[in-house]
Ligand binder design. Structure first.
Ligand SMILES: C[S@@+](CC[C@H](N)C(=O)[O-])C[C@H]1O[C@@H](n2cnc3c(N)ncnc32)[C@H](O)[C@@H]1O
Length: 219
């Protein structure tokens, strides 16, 4: 497993392989993804369980994912959606999402997932036109970091009251805490974290699982 959290490798391995049980499909997807140079982009097994837990907790039926890669987080969420569940996945990579499609089919959840290959801003704008505001329960944002503000705004509009947005990588391997780090991704992650913290439209909470997940519950 790629080491992608701020815990020591040993503790990360303990969480991912001892505490958390992955399905056979999840394990094989993780193993195939591990062969890619970009494997570190995949969420950890513990975070997959966390996202699935949240989606179940709020009884999510309709969900959005911004940033799908090889499909691990989508697999975790689609698997627990209420009957009639629908997950819209936004990505720009045919190559990576073709791996995702294979595993979704194998897990028997492909019919619940609508993969949209286009810049997420365009897809989210189309969803707003097609489905209207307040038509989704849950969103997971895990794509290009400088796009997070736009994705947050669009998802907030698409969500019903009491719906939940989870935003990944808000700790960015701890670099957000270094004021000297002025890289655009780091700056964008600090900005979205502070914005959500102070946003009167939501209740917010930062969970330091994986690379940090910001949660925003729509009021
Ligand atoms: C960190 S990975 C997602 C990891 C995934 N959630 C998982 O659990 O394996 C980020 C993904 O965002 C996608 N992406 C980057 N820019 C995008 C954009 N403008 N619109 C949609 N997807 C984008 C990339 O192609 C990549 O697959």
């Amino acid at each position: 497993m790629a080491h992608r959290s701020m815990l020591s490798e040993a503790v990360d391995r303990y969480l991912g392989t001892v505490v958390v049980h992955e399905s056979r499909v999840q394990k094989r997807l993780r193993a195939e993804t591990a062969e890619l140079p970009e494997a570190g982009m995949q969420i950890g097994a513990d975070q997959g369980v966390f996202l699935a837990f949240l989606a179940r907790l709020i009884g999510a039926r309709r969900a959005i994912e911004v940033g799908t890669f090889t499909g691990y987080s989508a697999l975790a969420v689609a698997n627990v959606l209420s009957p009639g569940g629908h997950l819209v996945c936004c990505d720009v990579s045919e190559k990576w999402t073709s791996i995702a499609r294979r595993y979704w089919a194998e897990a028997g959840i492909a019919d619940r997932i609508e993969l949209r290959l286009a810049p997420a801003r365009e897809t989210l704008a189309e969803l707003l036109k097609r489905d209207g505001p307040g038509s989704y329960d849950f969103a997971f944002i895990d794509a290009d970091k400088t796009g997070y503000d736009a994705y947050y705004e669009a998802c907030l509009e698409l969500l019903r009251a009491n719906g939940l947005i989870a935003i990944d990588n808000v700790l960015w391997s701890g670099t957000v805490a270094d004021p000297a780090d002025k890289r655009p991704d780091t700056v964008a992650l600090r900005a979205i974290t502070a914005k959500i913290r102070d946003d009167p439209r939501v209740d917010a909470c930062l969970v330091s699982i994986g690379d940090g997940v910001m949660l925003a519950r729509k009021r």
